[in-house]
Design a binder for this molecule. Structure first.
Ligand code: CMC
Length: 430
């Protein structure tokens, strides 16, 4: 009978080891017994960038990168985007099931009643320069919330955790909008508890002198769908940062601030901003072949919004966004950059360089075009990724804390430096 084990022969010693295989994985710690000499440390797995290492077990998000499948708690992303809303999706990610009507009412109420921030936050915000990047402001403000809620340290207390979850999901749009208003030199707009999650965010962003900001339902819905698509994506760079920081039992504000920092990078959530900058730089369709040539020849230039560690097929989120763009542009007017993006995609998908590497458009390729049409400034795009990803980060953080197999995150290294040597006083150094 087949056994669920792996037999390893160490050719250095001729010894054989049998290690269990569970869920198609072997435990890296089982390799430690493999030694040449008794005093050896033992074998380790070496995996820079964690390309083939599972850091946790998770029941939240499923991705099949080869087939382009993304499910939250078993529900296909296409169904959630078409029929669901962001707030119920956040509930689903966090608590495992779609809410009943009563549960949803309570949840929406909890979130709505935590949207205000302490007045001192405005003073902190005022300290930033007029041209501060909103992502830097957001990370700082989320970290600052840690000082307003000292109870949040009690991360092992489920009730206290729940309160911080409400606060973080509720306050992140307020902080994001305040960061934007600061950069524009505009007065802050306080939350309007009569609006939905996206409607409230839009009014805090764009309200000027009117008594009540009227939110376009098409715009609010488009944003809601984009928020659903960005809510979680299993163990990506920022989620791993959230789990990693949270594993030391830091409070969720500090952990989320770290996750925002990880998301900011151009290879992750900062890519949506870079796509727009790239499209602007290309400028017109006739310049695309030269740009593609540059990407292929100059390894420092990347086609932003293309490629993914997990998807080796069309990113299902990009498919939904591309389809939605037409509906949005009917209301907002067509973004002229769309033609460049479509042509760029067409050329890249026929080019051997991209085909052989299985590089397809990812979520960031088309999202920026919609954000721009909705009048969001380009440097706010990564912030628009961070707002909905907060629910995913928190769901993963909570799962990590409840997982008895998890420990403080602490990878090993392969030391390549010098052997021990003695200190040389300054006057004797060459
Ligand atoms: N343009 C040109 N070449 C690329 C690109 C690209 N966008 N992406 C990957 N490659 C090449 C890369 O040079 C390498 O070629 P070779 O094998 O000849 O050295 C090969 O494809 C594999 O790339 P990799 O960098 O080893 O792949 P990775 O899994 O480490 O990186 C990635 C994934 C997303 C960082 C990368 O594809 C990338 O930099 N894309 C552009 C930035 C981007 O759009 N990021 C958003 C990701 S989706 C949103 C999210 O973060 O969740």
């Amino acid at each position: 009978m087949a056994k669920d084990t792996l037999t390893i022969t160490d050719n250095r010693t001729g010894k054989t080891y049998e290690v269990p295989v569970v869920d198609d994985t072997v435990k890296a710690i089982d390799l430690r017994q493999i030694k040449v000499k008794a005093e050896d440390f033992g074998l380790m797995a070496y995996d820079p960038g964690f390309t083939n290492t599972a850091s946790c077990k998770s029941a939240i998000t499923f991705i099949d990168g080869e087939r382009g499948i993304l499910n939250y708690r078993g529900y296909p992303i296409e169904q959630l985007a078409e029929q669901g809303g962001y707030l119920e999706t956040a509930y689903l990610l966090l608590w495992g099931e779609l809410p009943t009507r009563a549960q949803y009412q309570e949840w929406a109420d909890d979130i709505t009643h935590h949207t205000f921030v302490h007045e001192n936050v405005k003073e902190l915000m005022a300290g930033f320069r007029y041209d501060a990047h909103p992502m830097g402001m957001l990370a700082s403000m989320v970290a600052a919330l840690s000082t307003f809620y000292p109870d949040a340290k009690k991360v092992r207390d489920a009730e206290i955790r729940r309160k911080q979850i409400h606060r973080l999901i509720a306050k992140i749009p307020t902080l994001a909008a305040f960061a934007y208003r600061h950069s524009m030199g505009l007065p802050y707009v306080y939350p309007d508890n009569e609006q939905g999650y996206c409607g409230n965010f839009l009014q805090m962003m764009f309200k000027t002198a009117e008594m009540k900001y009227v939110v376009s339902p098409v715009v609010a819905r488009a944003l809601d769908v984009l928020f659903i698509l960005h809510a979680d994506h299993e163990q990506n760079c920022s989620t791993s940062a959230m789990r990693g920081i949270g594993s030391s039992e830091a409070d969720p504000y500090c952990a989320a601030a770290g996750a925002i920092g990880a998301l900011y990078g151009p290879l992750h959530g900062g890519a949506n901003e870079q796509v727009l900058r790239m499209l602007n730089e290309i400028g017109s369709r006739d310049k695309i072949p030269a740009f593609i040539k540059d990407v292929k020849e100059n390894r420092n230039v990347r086609l932003m919004g293309f490629g993914h560690r997990v998807y080796k097929n069309y990113d299902p989120r990009a498919k939904i966004i591309k389809k939605m763009a037409d509906q949005v542009f009917e209301v907002t007017g067509r973004n002229p950059m769309l033609d460049i993006a479509l042509e760029l995609e067409r050329i890249a998908l026929e080019d051997e360089y991209f085909v052989s590497r299985k590089l397809y458009p990812n979520v960031d390729f088309y999202s920026g075009l919609i954000y721009q049409a909705l009048k969001f400034p380009v440097d706010l795009f990564p912030v628009l990724f961070a707002i909905p990803r907060m629910s995913g980060w928190l769901a993963q953080w909570q799962e990590m804390l409840e997982d008895r197999e998890q420990k403080i995150s602490r990878p090993r290294q392969v030391y390549t430096g010098l052997e021990r040597r003695d200190y040389v006083p300054a006057h004797r150094r060459q």
